[in-house]
Design a binder for this molecule. Structure first.
Ligand SMILES: Cc1cc2nc3c(=O)[nH]c(=O)nc-3n(C[C@H](O)[C@H](O)[C@H](O)COP(=O)(O)OP(=O)(O)OC[C@H]3O[C@@H](n4cnc5c(N)ncnc54)[C@H](O)[C@@H]3O)c2cc1C
Length: 401
């Protein structure tokens, strides 16, 4: 690999963070704020865009709603961290280098890998060619343009998980002229208690969303979708929200990954095969005593903060602490004025507590707005980001490494 671009000097400990999503951003701000006065630590954050992508709101972008401009370089100002805009195309875990699409090569001593995940467009034939996704702002804007031009017709949302529900509700609310169908294997809100599920269902009905659960889309064609069993349903637009897929870069670099390509970590969030690589957010397979965490913002931000704190401890020669996290809620928007919030046990099973209606919509809005202000607080006071539910007895381990 060429070395046209070097970050830092040979003497500096170079920490390169890949991906400025919810997790990578938390890692970068937390680390930069903690090492601010420390000579010899260089923090570099690499991301495809300068603007922070509020993934939690991409269904709003997809219906033409304008979101606030959030500049990553501006947020990093004054922290000493460097921002590099670029698309990561390769990782060499032995040479400890990262290659970008313009052939720049960044050298690291410690890497934080937070490249996130996207909806899986490869599993079902035709999705890649004919379906829209919420995988990036650009994808969501393309969908918004198409929906705005449609005038009438049917929108099929493939995938009845929470992103599918939020997308179907938002499209139906913003485009009452369209006929929205939500298709998926599971009933919407399947993991929630019956009262919450019932509210979710009646809200979708009120918005005019037709729900068909227990079905599987096996093919997307121009103008239709094919279901298992042979039925074909006409569709002017297909929105794909089902499944998740991670970047192949980690596996290609020889890092130990699980069957879905996520980096397998030790309790401190280091790669089990390459301990100089920390994995955070959706790109990491992080085991807790209740199982492997699934990708969320609520869990992703703490992973970033923990990785940053672990790196600082390692630089001081201190032992790493195990990462512990317990889920606490599942908020789901149902358009702009309604929502459900299912409070959960740390293992993500539902509690009896919940919110619905306007209070839930307010709660969901507060949750969606909170990451950016949390980063701002962390920049001034890193400890402000170090609070999250550790999961109590659900995550307590006797034999933590
Ligand atoms: C519509 C929608 C609603 C959601 N609602 C919720 C919710 O209410 N609550 C919740 O907890 N979770 C929700 N999620 C899930 C949540 O958004 C993810 O779990 C979260 O974004 C994961 O954070 P991350 O930092 O791991 O990855 P991401 O936020 O996806 O960030 C990854 C970053 O890496 C960049 N990147 C990727 N590949 C490269 C590359 N090769 N080179 C350079 N940069 C790259 C991306 O551009 C991005 O900036 C929702 C998701 C969607 C799509």
């Amino acid at each position: 690999m060429s070395t046209e671009h070097e970050v830092g000097t040979a003497a500096a400990h170079r920490v390169v963070i890949l991906g400025a999503g919810y997790a990578g951003m938390a890692a970068a701000i937390q680390l930069a704020a903690r090492v601010r006065r420390r000579e010899g630590v260089r923090v570099t954050l690499v991301n495809a865009q300068e603007r922070f992508t509020e993934r939690l709101r991409l269904h709003m972008t997809a219906t033409g709603q304008r979101l606030a401009e959030m500049s990553i370089p501006e947020l990093l100002e004054g922290t000493g961290a460097q921002f590099v805009r670029g698309w990561v195309t390769a990782l060499d875990a032995d040479a400890k280098t990262v290659r970008l699409d313009d052939d720049r090569v960044l050298h690291y001593d410690t890497l934080v890998y937070g490249l996130g995940s996207v909806a899986d467009t490869a599993a079902v034939p035709g999705v890649e060619d004919y379906a829209y996704t919420l995988n990036s702002v650009q994808d969501a804007e393309l969908l918004a343009e198409r929906l705005a031009r449609l005038g009438s017709g049917r929108v099929v949302v493939g995938g009845s998980g929470l992103t599918g529900v939020e997308s179907a509700a938002e499209i139906a609310e913003r485009h009452p002229e369209l006929n929205v169908v939500l298709l998926g294997r599971q009933e919407p809100g399947a993991t929630m208690i019956p009262k919450v599920r019932a509210h979710l269902r009646s809200a979708l009905e009120r918005l005019g969303v037709r729900v068909r659960s227990g079905v599987e889309v096996v093919k997307v064609l121009p103008g239709s979708v094919e279901l298992a069993g042979g039925e074909t349903m006409a569709a002017d637009v297909v929105v794909w929200t089902s499944g998740t897929r991670v970047s192949p870069l980690a596996a290609a670099a020889g890092l130990a990954v699980e069957e879905r390509g996520r980096i397998v970590t030790d309790p401190a969030l280091r790669s089990v095969s390459h301990p100089d690589v920390y994995a955070v957010g959706d790109a990491a397979a992080i085991r807790q005593s209740y199982g492997v965490m699934h990708g969320t913002c609520q869990g992703g931000m703490p992973t970033g903060v923990h990785a940053a704190v672990a790196i600082v401890r390692a630089l001081k020669g201190k032992k790493a602490k195990p990462f512990r996290f317990g889920y606490y809620h599942t908020p789901v928007s149902l358009g702009r004025h309604d929502a459900v919030v299912q409070f959960t046990h740390p293992d993500d099973s539902p509690r009896r507590m919940y919110l619905t209606g306007r209070r839930a919509a307010w709660y969901k809005e507060t949750v969606s707005a909170s990451p950016w202000s949390t980063y701002g607080r962390m920049k001034r006071m890193p400890a402000a980001g170090a609070f999250w539910p550790r999961g109590g007895r659900f995550t307590r381990v006797r034999d933590a490494r």
